[in-house]
Design a protein around this ligand. Structure first.
Ligand code: C2E
Ligand code: CA
Ligand code: CA
Length: 506
């Protein structure tokens, strides 16, 4: 036994250090494994928690719009059904509002989808906040929302104005300061249809509001269903109108306020529909814009106006030509090149062409519109800001930057001139502004001699309106200008053929 212990003792003496090392190694390995296992357990726990919260977010988001987080159309319809039932019992009415953003497409085109998405999110948040976070608003399409709230017929106008105020407030998207307008369609339960038709009816009302220029509101009317069908037919017909030769231009002169000489002819589009007769541009241009037909039509207007100007020049009529430019045209890359190409082919100097662009469009101030204004100026084209004052939103700085050649006072002020002090003061202010920036001022929609006298006294440079001439065919204008028209027309004759015509004719 003593020998055994002795052997063990001497073995330990010899290998003790190695054994200790092995034991230490095992201990280190065990603790590393334990730490790793602990870490793994912890990260699994975290993953499990994240999965659980993602799962709950997902189930929360189920049926929600992934971009804005608003409830789905189905949820809205369910909530609406419950509210309608409750309101019915209490004898109250419920209003569905269908909202269409005005000018959203322009923002998307100009700044890209990220900015567009940020705008939609912000609008969704505002609407949802206004409804106290209740599931009463949904996004029904790209830039369209539907919501419902308790409201009676007397409160509809106020409701629409409130919604326009909420949406129309300036917003910041990706460091850009933006603003969008709003068209609102309203349908009231029970007066404006059964519950399942309310959203559709409010949608039709919104489309009607858009067709009358946007930034307004309309309440559903059963006639709108018929109108909607009519619009679809009209769009179908409009697609073929150009190819079938149904579009034509009429011309309305602008008159020098003092000399009464014709300074320009504005080209105004008409559609000679085979069944409906003459369709107004106020009716079909918004349709052409919405259905992607305006660039084609706009290019034709420019080409036709240039062709006509060249023909007039051949017979000695040397007035400036003016065309109306729509937003889609202005935003298209090749607009100015196309315009210059038409002018060149017909031998018309660019400075004889006036592009009438509405104030609302001019102040849009996106890179695309800014670029178009710069290119127009560089090319020597004249720019006229049409319907000036209607929005009263241009700042002096903006007008300076856009550097137009002309301001065309909105006809609304001209109409009110004789009786409204406000209108007179506004026209006076616009003329002063134009003077200080050395711009021409044109007043349109002049119908009476009293209006003409006030406008002349206030210092307008040019006048246009039924008092002088209604829009007419190119041939009629040529005859009218050469003295075969109404008696007053003879006053224009010398100027048109006079080689020493006033400088603003050149
Ligand atoms: P606008 O450019 O402001 O044109 C003036 C409108 O007022 C014209 O209506 C003209 O016929 C009408 N008008 C002229 N003088 C008088 C007057 O003394 N009294 C009254 N009550 N009205 C007068 P129109 O031709 O129906 O055109 C309506 C709008 O359609 C135009 O408003 C313009 O914005 C648009 N438009 C017309 N042609 C074109 C076009 O070729 N392209 C584009 N993009 N828009 C066009
Ligand atoms: Ca115009
Ligand atoms: Ca106008």
């Amino acid at each position: 036994m003593g020998a055994l212990w002795g052997d063990l003792g001497s073995w330990l003496d010899e290998h003790g250090a190695v054994l200790l090392g092995l034991l230490l190694l095992v201990a280190v390995l065990l603790s590393v494994t334990a730490v790793l296992a602990w870490r793994q357990w912890q990260s699994r726990q975290r993953l499990r928690q994240r999965l659980a919260s993602a799962h709950s977010e997902l189930s929360d988001l189920r049926g929600r719009d992934p971009l804005t987080g608003l409830v789905s159309r189905e949820t809205l319809e369910e909530e609406l059904a419950a509210t309608v039932t409750g309101a019915e019992a209490a004898g109250r009415s419920v209003c569905v509002a269908y909202l269409g953003l005005d000018g959203f497409r322009a923002i998307n085109d100009a700044y890209g989808m990220r900015v567009g998405d940020a705008v939609l999110k912000e609008i969704a948040t505002r609407l949802s906040d206004w409804l106290g976070g209740k599931p009463q608003v949904t996004r029904v399409g790209g830039d369209e929302f539907a919501l419902f709230c308790k409201c009676d017929a007397a409160g509809l106008d106020e409701l629409a104005r409130t919604l326009q105020r909420i949406v129309g407030q300036p917003l910041k998207a990706e460091a850009l300061n933006l603003q969008v307008g709003l068209s609102v369609g309203l349908a009231l339960y029970p007066d404006d249809g059964a519950r399942p038709r309310l959203v559709a009816h409010a949608g039709l009302a919104m489309r009607t509001a858009k067709l009358t220029g946007g930034n307004g509101h309309a309440r559903f009317d059963p006639a709108m269903s018929v109108n909607h069908r009519e619009h679809s037919e009209l769009v179908q017909d409009l697609r073929h109108a150009l190819a079938r030769g149904q579009l034509l231009l009429v011309y309305q002169p602008k008159i020098d306020a003092r000399s009464l000489q014709i300074t320009a002819a504005e080209a105004l589009l008409r559609w000679q529909h085979p069944k409906r007769g003459i369709v107004s541009p106020a009716q079909f241009i918004p349709l052409a814009e919405r259905h992607g037909l305006i660039r084609h039509i706009g290019a034709w207007v420019i080409e036709e106006a240039c062709r006509q100007a060249a023909q007039w020049r051949e017979v000695g009529l040397r007035m400036r030509i003016a065309v109306n430019i729509s937003g889609h045209q202005l935003r298209s890359e090749d607009f100015v090149d196309q315009m210059l190409d038409s002018l060149r082919r017909h031998g018309i100097p660019p400075n004889r062409m006036t592009c009438e662009i509405t104030e609302n469009l001019a102040i849009e101030d996106t890179p695309a519109t800014r670029g178009a204004f710069d290119r127009m100026r560089q090319a020597g084209l004249h720019v006229s800001i049409d319907d000036f004052g209607a929005g009263f939103s241009s700042s002096l700085a903006q007008i300076r930057r856009l550097a137009p050649a002309e301001l065309k006072i909105d006809s609304g002020f001209v109409k009110d001139l004789e009786h409204g002090e406000d209108a007179r003061a506004i026209v006076h202010a616009i003329v002063q502004l134009a003077r200080s920036l050395q711009l021409h001022v044109v007043a349109e929609g002049v119908e009476s001699e009293a209006q003409r006298d006030i406008l002349v006294a206030l210092g307008c440079d040019e006048l246009q309106g039924y008092l002088f001439a209604k829009p007419m065919s190119a041939t009629a204008l040529a005859l009218w200008a050469s003295g075969d028209g109404p008696s007053e027309a003879s006053a224009f004759r010398p100027s048109l053929f006079d080689p020493t015509a006033p400088s603003n004719l050149e």
